[in-house]
Design a protein around this ligand. Structure first.
Ligand SMILES: NC(=O)c1ccc[n+]([C@@H]2O[C@H](COP(=O)([O-])OP(=O)(O)OC[C@H]3O[C@@H](n4cnc5c(N)ncnc54)[C@H](O)[C@@H]3O)[C@@H](O)[C@H]2O)c1
Length: 407
């Protein structure tokens, strides 16, 4: 496949607490990425990817990267199943066998899953080697690479084992995102919409306008999303590298979103709802909860409804998830430790207005009774009616699995 010469190339910077890293993005800019990587003077690039990304883009990208430094490619079948300690161990052993040293660079090439595996490997190999991200999904380019959090899943839940690792840099060629299926494109747009609702409402009007024109995938739109995500995430993470105070607002929609995502994945074996879709749905639940509690007005809830409609999320959620499982997952939500909660409460990011979280600025979390969450889920037709799974009179449905979720 022939490559046009670089047509656009923007240099950004992401300050995160005391740390900072450059973020370069453009369209058809692989030659610039390779020139940058050549500056690292690496003795080996350990490329962590998945089989789909390798199949779609490896024939162009791998030879190009090999011009910057010797290459070792580590690839696994795609999806959450790749995010395990076993994969990390295999990758570490493969990197050592391939001759890596402290001068080597781990390169994530793919979505958030290869990104998290690569980040964990980079943190462990020889107690830490350099990490570079080449994200190829909207979720990775606009969200997961703008974080120090790196983790893989445990037997009983997501992101149980991990560490914090700053990348040397992020490089995005949006031309590589042209092959994304609609589902994955939508997932990133949903995360973006969540950030617009919770942090930067000025982005809502241009986002709605673009969505009305259809599912946008042209380079101009992707470049705009990246620039806007950098600004929105920068605003809340500049003072909070570890996402434990102001950065918690990024968890908007995640309390119910993660519970639905996890239960849907368990029920069908494969995720029927993409990560971002579940988060957008969780944002709508949070908005309705906040409205019932008298904090958020109808217009703001209407903005949530309209966005989810434009993103086509509502019709993607099946009603057949047992309510008790969703509520059980809410009881294990990782934000629980931040607040002094009763057994039938969960910690939510709630808004008082678009872009304005309730609670302390340094801890924007509110306790919400699970009974109220159940009512809102009912109104929205999410999850099967029946036992609410409360620990009081209703009781959990017998025999539902223990569910744990960590962010
Ligand atoms: N702070 C963080 O570290 C953070 C933040 C958000 C999400 N995440 C994690 O990221 C993961 C979700 O990220 P994701 O949605 O990118 O998942 P992913 O990496 O599984 O990618 C989704 C799918 O898209 C495919 N794909 C990737 N690039 C493609 C391309 N250019 N063309 C066609 N197909 C392509 C992949 O093969 C995969 O099947 C989750 O594990 C989540 O926990 C981490």
């Amino acid at each position: 496949m022939s490559r046009p010469a670089s047509s656009q190339w923007t240099e950004g910077r992401f300050d995160i607490g005391e740390m900072s890293f450059p973020y370069y993005f453009g369209s058809h800019c692989l030659d610039r990425v390779v020139a940058e990587l050549a500056q690292y003077d690496a003795d080996l690039l350990v490329v962590v990817t998945d089989d789909t990304v390798a199949r779609l883009h490896g024939d162009v990208v791998f030879p190009a990267l090999a011009a910057a430094a010797p290459l070792h490619v580590f690839s696994r079948p795609p999806g959450e199943g790749m995010k395990t300690i076993g994969t990390v161990q295999d990758c570490l052993d493969a990197a050592v066998a391939a001759g890596s040293t402290r001068r080597s660079v781990v390169v994530s090439f793919g979505g958030g899953v290869p990104g998290n595996v690569a980040g964990t490997v980079a943190g462990l190999l020889y107690r830490g080697v350099r990490l570079v991200h080449l994200p190829t999904t909207t979720v990775a380019a606009t969200d997961s690479v703008l974080s120090l959090k790196q983790a893989v899943n445990g037997q009983s839940g997501k992101n149980h084992f991990g560490l914090y690792r700053r990348p040397e840099a992020v490089y995005v060629d949006v031309a590589l995102l042209r092959t994304l299926p609609d589902r994955e494109l939508r997932s990133g747009l949903c995360e973006f919409a969540k950030n617009a609702l919770a942090i930067h409402p000025a982005l809502l009007a241009p986002l709605r306008e673009r969505l009305r024109a259809g599912m946008p995938r042209e380079p101009e739109m992707l470049l705009w999303m990246i620039e806007a995500s950098l600004a929105a995430k920068h605003a809340v993470m500049r003072q909070d590298a570890y996402e434990q105070s102001t950065g918690l607002v990024l968890e908007y929609g995640h309390t119910v979103g993660h519970a639905v995502e996890l239960c849907a994945a368990r029920r069908r074996g494969v995720p029927s709802i993409a990560h971002g879709e579940a988060i957008a749905l969780g944002a709508l639940v949070a908005a309705r909860v906040s409205a019932v509690l008298g904090h958020l007005d109808k217009e703001a809830v209407g903005v949530h409804e309209e966005l989810l409609g434009l993103l086509g999320v509502r019709e993607r959620v099946s009603a057949d998830l047992p309510r008790a499982e969703i509520l059980a997952a809410l009881r294990k939500d990782s934000k629980r430790g931040y607040l002094d909660l009763g057994a039938d409460e969960a910690a939510f990011v709630l808004l008082r207005a678009l872009g304005q979280p309730l609670g302390d600025r340094d801890r924007p979390l509110m306790p919400v009774p699970l009974g109220l969450v159940a009512e809102v889920l009912d109104e929205l037709g999410i999850g099967k009616r029946g036992a609410l799974g409360l620990s009081g009179a209703d009781g959990d449905e017998p025999g539902h699995p223990e569910v744990e979720e960590f962010n």
